[in-house]
Write a protein that binds this ligand. Structure first.
Ligand code: ATP
Length: 250
């Protein structure tokens, strides 16, 4: 689904990613960990197409297609979802209405008609139930006065509604408490299927007790320096990152 080959990217004169290789197949969950400032969020942003970053070398293929020229919106319409890409607060626009607009925009971009109202309602009900979201929450103004946990719930609800092929969750600086951790983990677990894939960027080994990843990768200084399974996350929890940094130098 996603193939990243020798990706080099940065901002202006600063090189941040220095040769990332990563392959994500349908049905897989990949966790990305690594010390502060190693390039994790940048990787998420570059996959999503955020314009402040430049790709200087390498390629990102999504379903076999080079996405370099695609705008963030086109990438989203093609099935790439990045959490918190649009953390906007819109007074007077409910969570539900925002989602209706987002879904119909995406359909319009693909040349499809608006989703019929009854189908939309069914989808909203189904996803709200799946994620145990209270009806009252759906009528609140988007992000206005949301607590950290409510923002997470909204984000996971957005992901559920958009039904992306690839969901990228950047949890590195989101200050997840135990409830938010469960919201994210349950959301991913319930949405996981053989047809979609998730990349979860996190500092929280604990999150990976709930979402069991197929692969764990460690980024250091813009490169993936170690990959393994969930045991690697436990090892990192125990030993920290120094041994990995030393291995990377050797
Ligand atoms: N827009 C930007 N302009 C300048 N430097 C940036 C920008 N975005 C990221 N960087 C720098 O690139 C490096 C990698 O940042 P990034 O946010 O990708 O790291 P991270 O691994 O996600 O870190 P953390 O774990 O602290 O969230 C850092 O040195 C950061 O200061």
């Amino acid at each position: 689904m996603l193939k990243i080959k020798n990706l080099h990217a940065g901002v202006e004169n600063k090189k941040i990613l220095k040769g990332i290789n990563l392959e994500v197949n349908p049905g897989e969950v990949h966790a990305i960990m690594g010390p502060n400032g190693s390039g994790k969020s940048t990787l998420a942003s570059v996959i999503a197409g955020k314009e402040e970053f430049n790709v200087s070398r390498g390629k990102i293929l999504f379903e076999g297609e080079d996405i370099d020229e695609m705008s963030p919106e086109e990438r989203a319409h093609n099935g790439i979802f990045l959490s918190f890409q649009y953390p906007v607060e819109i007074p007077g626009v409910s969570v539900t209405n925002f989602m209706k607009t987002a879904i119909n925009e995406s359909r319009k971009a693909k040349g499809e008609p608006d989703m019929p109202a009854n189908q939309m309602l069914k989808l909203i009900r189904e996803k709200a139930e799946l994620l145990e979201i209270d009806r009252k929450f759906l009528s609140r103004s988007l992000n206005e006065g949301f607590s950290g946990g409510e923002k997470k719930r909204n984000e996971i609800f957005q992901m559920a509604m958009m039904q992306p092929k690839l969901g990228i969750l950047d949890e590195t600086d989101s200050g997840l408490d135990i409830d938010a951790l469960r919201i994210v983990a349950n959301g991913v677990n319930r949405l996981r299927s053989e047809d979609n894939a998730f990349v979860v960027i996190t500092h929280y080994q604990r999150l990976l007790d709930y979402i069991v990843p197929d692969f764990v990768h460690v980024i250091h200084d813009g490169k993936i320096v170690k990959s393994g399974d969930k045991e690697l996350a436990l090892e990192l929890e125990e030993k920290g990152y120094d041994w990995i940094k030393q291995e990377a130098v050797l």
